[in-house]
Design a protein around this ligand. Structure first.
Ligand code: BGC
Length: 741
């Protein structure tokens, strides 16, 4: 039997067919939105463009709000939705938003860790599982994925990013959008994704959050905008405007970004929400005289919904009366919001799944989170094949992150619970038996400056066969507004690792961080280093499996791993410069004789105290196999503007263990009407290889894959010669050449 609600909807829809007021449910979201708009008062329209933080029942029942964010109690969400749907005059449902950034109750690795899997399918499945949990928690909208290109590890939000590469970030953006917006019962588009922060937010000067982002226009097109475009083209229903200013215009008031690029260039039909109070911050930027003018500039630029601050609510009627905002503009904004609500199916099923805590932490969701943590950990060093460890060893478990449930959840896990997290210590005790795990943390938390625990840690190391040192950062040392000027390991952690290394026992350094950290003082001192980032609820079992060979490392860096803070920003796809430094050029500063003439220092694009390359390059990561590349083949030496080039190579595992290799395709456009990056990623594939197995891996390249922004700002490929690599990382590989004619 139908519920009264459905009967009413059905009746309304039949009525609509006769009256033309409400089109049938199978009309497009745009047709339905237009029909609804025609029935709305100005006050109701102004209500739709306002998002409120925290509950306001009166606003919901009177149709004075379009969305709430952060309603953490599902019962209150349900109540607000009922007020909106059953009490307000037009019954327009609410968007209920939340930062579901890396999982919901089941916490996945930070997005940087997920990106290091180079596994789009896994990322998509993870987002789908997070959406399912978030829907149970009362939400129909997530403010994710964050796709800001991040070339500077000082920036705290690098943790939330997919790293430095536009091609990979665009693929990850699409995977997350598709995952969140996969159909679920009653919801044809799952929960709405939100591609953020549009645009260029990650280029903050000196890595200080919210700072200016000086990005040249061509760089903006060819690098920074690509991941947003990837998310939009994958069908993201919403986009968030960023806090930063770009060439004098704060993004939230940028007609260029919100209208010309997003709508006119990319054809986006969804809605744009501001970031938290970023509309009224137009005044702090010095871009608007007061909140009234801020509202005017934002809405005229193309900003549909205001988050948290309420200049739209306070001034829109006045701005309409004065003619500074036209009714046509307001209508466009409201239509965009309504289209999203119709596309999501909220008019058919405003309430979503009933709250049921048993739907959290499902075994299959935990398994996905664990697999993501396994695939996203990057093995940076493994001297003498120390790893994987044999099951018979006794281990000393040391370090402030070994048993820090809260910290391993990472920066944005407001719905995760520390009690759900399985730490490395707990997982190792299960795997090895408690008697073969000697625990002595040495430091109590990552910034701990007391060496009082060192003696016990060193004693534990001496009793064990191998030392597993879980070092890193507390979760609060990365994320929004948590940038660091010095990205070495905080507290006395370096000293702890040195003390452990001095015992002569082999030390495995496991880094649980929100960013790549500078560990030059330790790199040569320990035989094995595993970069695990903050791995979420299941980080412990994932790491235990990797260390003991029950899982095999396959993660690859999606950021260049710096030697020192002073190298930042550092990224692989930089320009050549007229004086590039090559590996032979660098003379360590201590080897430069006193009184040396300036001319003999080389005049190269380098610091004199560190080379210009990172400790480990973008794309790097070891496996437990022994991987070799051979037989690069290009299907042609030349292709025309309508041609296709196939590039292939053979990848062989001559080791004794199975491995998954991430095979990467890079291109360099040798010269152009403007300078071009020294390498650009154009393809990747995860390839599993049994011991002794070889596989041929092929990629196709089309002229449009070689597009860039020309001197006259036209975009497209350009004739010329190119270098191509099939490679295990961005600094090596088999090299070939072709031309585009
Ligand atoms: C952040 C956004 C987030 C929003 C809502 C802001 O401070 O920059 O990424 O989605 O808050 O919580």
């Amino acid at each position: 039997m139908k519920t009264p609600r459905f009967s009413l909807l059905a009746a309304a829809s039949v009525l609509g067919l006769f009256t033309g007021i409400l089109p049938a449910q199978n009309a497009t979201p745009d047709e339905r939105a237009r029909a609804m708009l025609a029935r709305m008062t100005t006050e109701e329209k102004i209500g739709q463009i306002q998002q409120i933080h925290g509950p306001d029942e009166a606003a919901a029942s009177e149709g004075r709000v379009g969305s709430f964010l952060n309603i953490v109690d599902p019962a209150i969400s349900m109540k607000l939705q009922r007020e909106a749907v059953e009490q307000s005059r037009l019954g327009i449902p609410l968007l209920l938003g939340r930062d579901v950034i890396h999982g919901f109750r089941t916490v996945f690795p930070i997005p940087l860790g997920t990106a290091c899997t180079w596994d789009d399918d896994l990322a998509r499945e993870g987002a789908r599982a997070a959406a399912a949990e978030a829907a149970v928690g009362g939400y129909n909208w997530t403010f994710s994925p964050m796709v800001d290109i991040s070339r500077d590890a000082r920036w705290g939000r690098i943790a939330e990013s997919f790293g430095e590469d536009p091609y990979l970030s665009a693929r990850m953006a699409a995977a997350f959008v598709e995952g969140y917006q996969s159909p679920m019962p009653g919801r044809p588009k799952g929960i709405a994704a939100c591609v953020k922060h549009f645009g260029g937010y990650g280029a903050a000067e000196a890595g200080r959050d919210y700072g200016s982002t000086p990005i040249p226009p061509r760089e903006l097109n060819d690098v920074y905008l690509k991941p947003y475009e990837g998310g939009v083209k994958a069908g993201a229903l919403t986009v968030m405007s960023a806090f930063n200013e770009l060439d004098g215009v704060p993004c939230t008031g940028s007609h260029f970004l919100l209208t010309e690029v997003l709508r006119q260039r990319w054809g986006f039909e969804g809605m744009v929400v501001s970031d938290w109070e970023s509309v009224v911050e137009l005044t702090t930027h010095g871009f608007a005289k007061d909140h009234r003018e801020a509202a005017m500039r934002a809405i005229n630029a193309g900003l549909d919904m205001e988050m948290t601050s309420h200049s739209y609510r306070d001034y829109m009627a006045d701005l309409l009366a004065s003619g500074e905002v036209s009714m046509a503009t307001l209508d466009e904004r409201v239509l965009a919001i309504l289209r999203v609500k119709y596309a999501l199916g909220l008019f058919e099923d405003p309430y979503g799944p009933a709250f049921d805590a048993k739907k959290y932490l499902l075994p299959e969701t935990l398994a996905l989170a664990q697999r993501t943590a396994e695939e996203g950990a990057v093995l940076l060093k493994n001297e003498g094949d120390l790893l994987p460890l044999g099951k018979g060893v006794t281990v000393a478990v040391v370090g402030p992150l070994a048993d820090a449930a809260h910290e391993q959840l990472g920066t944005w896990a407001p719905d995760g619970r520390d009690a759900d997290a399985v730490t490395p210590l707990a997982a190792l005790r299960v795997k090895l038996g408690a008697d073969r795990v000697i625990y002595a943390p040495g430091l109590t938390y990552s910034r701990d400056a007391s060496t009082g625990g060192f003696a016990a840690a060193v004693a534990a190391a001496k009793k064990a066969d191998v030392v597993l040192c879980f070092a890193g950062e507390e979760s609060l040392l990365s994320g929004e507004a948590h940038s660091r000027a010095d990205i070495t390991l905080p507290g006395e952690q370096e000293a702890l690792v040195q003390a452990l290394a001095a015992t002569g026992k082999p030390v495995v350094l496991v880094l649980m961080t929100g960013r790549p950290v500078a560990i030059e003082n330790l790199r040569g001192k320990v035989p094995a280093i595993l970069a695990a980032f903050h791995g979420g609820t299941m980080a412990g079992p994932a790491l235990a499996n990797l260390l003991f060979g029950d899982a095999s490392p396959s993660g690859r860096l999606t950021v260049s791993w710096p030697m020192a803070s002073g190298q930042e920003p550092i990224y692989y796809n930089h320009k050549s410069s007229g004086r590039p430094a090559s590996y032979g050029d660098f003379v360590p500063i201590e080897k430069i004789p006193q009184g040396q003439l300036q001319t003999s220092l080389g005049f190269k694009n380098s610091h004199i105290d560190l080379p210009p390359w990172p400790a480990w390059p973008f794309g790097f990561g070891l496996t437990y196999g022994k991987i070799g590349y051979s037989d690069l083949e290009l299907s042609a030496k030349k292709i025309g503007m309508d041609g296709v080039l196939t590039v292939s190579a053979t990848v062989t595992n001559s080791g004794a263990r199975a491995a998954t290799e991430v095979v990467q395709l890079y291109v360099r456009d040798d010269y152009g009407c403007v300078t071009r990056p020294v390498r650009e990623l154009k393809g990747y594939e995860r390839v599993s290889l049994a011991p002794g197995e070889s596989k041929k891996v092929s990629f196709t390249l089309r002229p449009e894959d070689l597009s860039f922004t020309h001197i006259d700002m036209a975009m497209g490929p350009e004739k010329g010669t190119f270098t191509v690599w099939i490679a295990p990382d961005s600094a090596s590989g088999l090299e070939g050449h072709f031309s585009l004619e």
